[in-house]
Design a protein around this ligand. Structure first.
Ligand code: IMP
Ligand code: MG
Length: 188
């Protein structure tokens, strides 16, 4: 009984999911990005800023692929209601605990979609006097871009589909998938 119910509730083999990027592909790509970041930031002490909650998985794997001295902080951000969404205004729900003046910042995000969130955040961090502000994003849904955002370290470009897993959620579900999948029917 216990075995069959465990099978029925399997999240990883949910038929509503279609794997887009496998666990191995994610691992291989992060290794490459880590090597590139290691070279680019050699001899410096970049501050990685993870955007909660989606970026945590990418951030923790990426940091362990970077072989230079790094620090880490977190921010939480939420978009205003749909009416003000197009203005690109976002609300900072959890701000940094440290000043970033003169620091080399690497923002780590799960996905760039319209780009509204990131264009606001990057400008905000730059205005605090950071020495440099760069962006690492695991996914780029480029077809939906409304604001130009320069992604310095990109994992994968993806088509205009709603994806979940490896930190990305649908109503707080599916963040724990070890791969990235297209959610075929969000409301089933
Ligand atoms: P943007 O401001 O439109 O670029 O929004 C980016 C945010 O929307 C991301 O940080 C995600 O939280 C969310 N998002 C965008 N596309 C997806 C998706 O396909 N799956 C899950 N979350 C997404
Ligand atoms: Mg996010």
């Amino acid at each position: 009984m216990a075995t069959s119910s465990a099978h029925i509730t399997s999240e990883f083999s949910n038929p509503n999911l279609e794997i887009l990027i496998s666990e191995q592909q994610i691992r291989d790509r992060i290794k490459e990005l880590g090597a590139q970041i290691t070279t680019d930031y050699a001899g410096r002490n970049p501050l990685f800023i993870g955007v909660l909650k989606g970026a945590c998985f990418f951030l923790s794997d990426l940091m362990r692929a970077v072989d230079t001295r790094v620090s880490v902080e977190f921010m939480a951000i939420s978009s205003y209601g749909s009416s003000t969404r197009t203005s690109g205004e976002v609300r900072i729900m959890k701000d940094l605990d440290v000043p970033i003046e003169g620091r080399d910042i690497l923002v780590v995000e799960d996905i760039v979609d319209t780009g509204l969130t990131l264009s606001y955040l990057l400008a905000n961090l730059q205005s605090r006097g950071a020495a440099s502000v760069k962006l690492a994003a695991l996914l780029d849904k480029y077809e939906r871009r409304e604001r130009e955002v320069k992604i310095d370290y990109l994992g994968f470009q993806i088509p205009d589909e709603f994806v979940v897993g490896y930190g990305l959620d649908f109503a707080e579900r599916y963040r724990n998938l070890p791969f990235i999948a297209v959610l075929k029917n969000p409301n089933s």
